[in-house]
Design a protein around this ligand. Structure first.
Ligand SMILES: C[S@@+](CC[C@H](N)C(=O)[O-])C[C@H]1O[C@@H](n2cnc3c(N)ncnc32)[C@H](O)[C@@H]1O
Length: 299
């Protein structure tokens, strides 16, 4: 274990509580979606969302045969960008589009409606979908790919193992993309090729996590300038930035290493024949934002 890391703890996030006001929950979802799209000219290597596209292109070869189910989709996360970029490429290759379906336990209907109106290949399920009991949504003629964007840490080991089991048994591939906000890359990790030693539960990650506090002010200014509630609870009583900072910090403490993630598949009755698993990372804004991913594909 890294000297500055510690065991995972299944703490609670404010945004997951039933008493969390819905405006605050949706604000948090939107901050994350904007984070996926953040690009700083001259610094960023694309955005988190475009790097997620690269992961898709590298790992899923016959994309147009998939329906991608975004589990815990929040305000859309990277899905609108994934749809645009991936379908642009498929179109240029003369192939049919890949379809995306947004789902969440707390559906963000206003955002999903806006996305879906602009992008016909993105649809959504209006009723709450619990990640722990997701049925297969793709038509029988399609393969189903499930994506878990910065949400897998929300689930304790038992639920997380069940979610992966369900994905293995009813889907054809899954992607778990984790953004570890303000994470860093230790050169030792790359040299040793031991991705299992990369962890978000490190001192640097926790020390830098307040940056998301300031990003929330920016999101309120750009997207909620006409909302007295959001303005009050951002600029006068900074409840929204504090909640998002606290939840970000707790997310870091809950995030699994690659090794811990794959250990969840160690279940006696789970048939992993024909499945291959990959883990990787892409630096987006060095040294602060890195995209980590775990991909499972059934051949
Ligand atoms: C950290 S946000 C990530 C949102 C989005 N995937 C993104 O990347 O921007 C976590 C999301 O998980 C959702 N969520 C929490 N528990 C859930 C559950 N049991 N089933 C489905 N969604 C859940 C929350 O409503 C929230 O939208």
């Amino acid at each position: 274990m890294n000297l500055f890391s510690w065991p995972r703890s299944q703490l609670l996030e404010i945004g997951d509580q039933s008493w969390c006001p819905s405006w605050l929950h949706r604000h948090e979802q939107l901050v994350l979606t904007q984070l996926w799209n953040l690009r700083v000219p001259g610094w960023s290597r694309g955005s988190l969302a475009t790097q997620a596209c690269a992961v898709f292109k590298e790992h899923l070869k016959d994309l147009s045969s998939y329906t991608v189910l975004d589990i815990c989709a929040g305000a859309g996360g990277p899905t609108p960008v994934l749809e645009l970029e991936l379908n642009k490429q498929l179109q240029s290759e003369g192939k049919g589009p890949v379809q995306f379906v947004l789902t969440d336990l707390y559906p963000h209907i206003s955002e999903w409606e806006r996305i879906s109106k602009k992008q016909q290949n993105v649809t959504y399920i209006e009723s709450p979908v619990d990640a722990r009991t997701v049925p297969r949504f793709a038509a029988s003629s399609k393969k189903e790919c499930r994506i878990f964007n910065i949400c897998f840490h929300h689930f304790g080991d038992e639920d997380a193992a069940g979610i992966l089991k369900n994905a293995i048994e009813s889907a054809d591939s899954f992607m778990q993309v984790m953004i570890l906000l303000i994470s860093y890359i230790s050169s030792a990790n790359s040299i040793l090729s031991s991705i299992f030693e990369i962890t978000a539960r490190d001192l640097w990650t926790c020390l830098c996590s307040p940056l998301v506090f300031f990003f929330t002010f920016f999101v309120t200014l750009v997207w909620y300038l006409d909302s007295p509630v959001h303005l009050l609870f951002t600029f006068i009583l900074p409840m929204a930035p504090l909640t998002i900072f606290v939840d970000g910090l707790i997310s870091c403490l809950r995030t699994r290493t690659a090794k811990e993630t794959w250990q969840l598949l160690d279940q006696p009755d789970l048939d992993l024949t024909n499945w291959t698993f990959h883990t990787g990372q892409k630096i987006v804004q060095f040294p602060f934002i890195t995209l980590y991913y775990h991909v499972g594909i059934k051949s």
